[in-house]
Design a protein around this ligand. Structure first.
Ligand SMILES: C[S@@+](CC[C@H](N)C(=O)[O-])C[C@H]1O[C@@H](n2cnc3c(N)ncnc32)[C@H](O)[C@@H]1O
Ligand code: SF4
Length: 403
């Protein structure tokens, strides 16, 4: 049997676990840096019953296509899903139970904003079946929280973290750093305070200015590359000292406390995405399909009422596209890409798809490690990850034809 044929045979089997993402597209207000599919809450949009019915129908649609596979995680993201009623959350979890077997330790996370109204619902979310909460703290000083357009104060955030840690065995929170005017000392102090409050997981994102956001229109600038790299290094150092090393570019955890759901994305596993604008990846017999739900909540709910789902696009990924996606996401992980998993997922050997000259040069420069089984960026390499990936995926030029 040829190498290609044997790799093809080992492509994803239908019993591999699935992740389920449920998108809630509304917030109390729109933050000026945010380009997620979210909008300020309009009364008509907040109709929980209509949303619940539509989500349950869309869930049904995708459950039909994925029967027999175990569910490894469920993630309520947004938007601000902590604005959902606990009844809606419970109905979705129960429906998921009806459709799939839950894997041992199935992780069920909800993203929550730390306003007092939402924190008051944490216990009800727990009773509905949620076992992990991710709180969007973003900053630990009130001036910056206001500049970020947040609806909560530092006091409210601290209170929400207190409640989260009392109710949930697993909780995490997000901070945005490299904010306008934030120097190295400011960030180091803030991060020390955050680490003292942290459980077993912390997400730390450098502020990016995305086209279409209010910050972009106001010409707010990202910090320059050198300061960005210094802030990133401070982050790695302090988190490592505190026992929360990075397992992904922006995510830190004690060993074993990584987000199972997000690991599915980064390791190229399958996930169903339902709700307005949600994306999914589903593999069957050697191909991976990308799914994309309609982004506009009104159009989404009308399509679900009509067709039972609001899938705007289903597209089979081209082999090159699939392998590039696996390299791009896998290289974000500290552990990098497992060559055997890669071959199983895309039917090609990792070594055969990489530019071997770049591989050699980057290894010599100690920017990547590759032992045949695992490809990962070194600490120095992670500072220039995009460049590394571009070089590793650079296809060798075909020899030019003689005239
Ligand atoms: C889906 S978002 C929001 C979750 C929740 N609605 C909140 O605001 O707390 C997940 C996280 O992405 C991060 N984020 C969003 N936009 C960002 C940006 N432009 N730059 C850096 N981080 C960003 C924030 O830390 C945010 O908590
Ligand atoms: S950052 Fe969170 S709360 Fe703010 S607009 Fe985006 S999704 Fe909504």
């Amino acid at each position: 049997m040829s190498a290609d044929k044997s790799a093809e045979k080992s492509l994803l089997v239908p019993h591999e676990s699935l992740a389920l993402y449920v998108h809630w597209p509304w917030c109390l207000s729109k933050c000026p840096y945010c380009d997620f599919n979210s909008r300020a809450l309009a009364p008509a949009d907040s109709d929980q019953k209509a949303y619940r019915e539509a989500i349950l129908r869309e869930l049904n649609h995708y459950a039909e296509q994925t029967k027999g596979r175990p569910l490894g995680s469920l993630f309520f993201g947004g938007g601000t899903p902590s604005l959902m009623s606990p009844d809606t959350v419970q109905a979705i979890i129960e429906a998921a139970h009806d459709h799939w077997d839950f894997q041992n330790g199935c992780e069920i996370t909800i993203e929550a904003n730390p306003t007092s109204i939402e924190a008051a619902k944490f216990r009800a979310f727990r009773e509905a079946g949620v076992n992990r909460v991710s709180v969007g703290v973003q900053a630990l000083n009130d001036t910056d929280l206001q500049a970020l357009g947040r609806e909560h104060s530092v006091d409210e955030a601290l209170r929400a973290l207190d409640i989260a840690s009392a109710i949930f065995e697993r909780f995490t929170f997000d901070l945005i750093y490299a904010r306008p005017g934030q120097g190295q000392g400011d960030w180091a102090d803030e991060l020390e305070r955050a680490l003292a409050l942290a459980g077993d997981h912390l997400s730390l994102y450098q502020l990016t200015i995305e086209p279409g956001t209010a910050f972009f229109r106001q010409n707010v600038e990202e910090v320059d590359q050198d300061l960005g790299a210094d802030l990133y290094e401070i982050t790695q150092e302090l988190c490592e000292e505190a026992g929360l090393p990075a397992y992904e570019v922006s995510n830190h955890a004690r060993v074993g406390q990584e987000s199972r759901h997000n690991m599915t994305y980064w390791q190229g596993g399958d996930y169903i995405g339902i709700g307005p604008g949600a994306h999914g990846r589903l593999s069957t017999s050697g191909t991976t399909r990308a799914t994309h739900q309609m982004a506009d909540p009104a159009k989404w709910s009308a399509a679900v009422a009509r067709d039972g789902h609001a899938t705007a696009k289903v597209r089979e990924l081209r082999p090159r596209e699939r392998l590039e996606e696996l390299v791009l996401s896998g290289m974000r992980l500290t552990d990098g890409i497992d060559a055997r998993r890669f071959a199983r997922q895309c039917g090609q050997e990792l070594i055969q798809v990489l530019n071997t000259d770049a591989l050699f040069d980057l290894q010599t420069a100690q920017l990547i490690d590759f032992d045949g089984q695992r490809l990962a960026a070194t600490a120095a390499g992670r500072l220039m990850l995009n460049t590394l990936i571009t070089q590793l995926l650079d296809e060798p030029q075909a020899p030019s034809k003689p005239d």
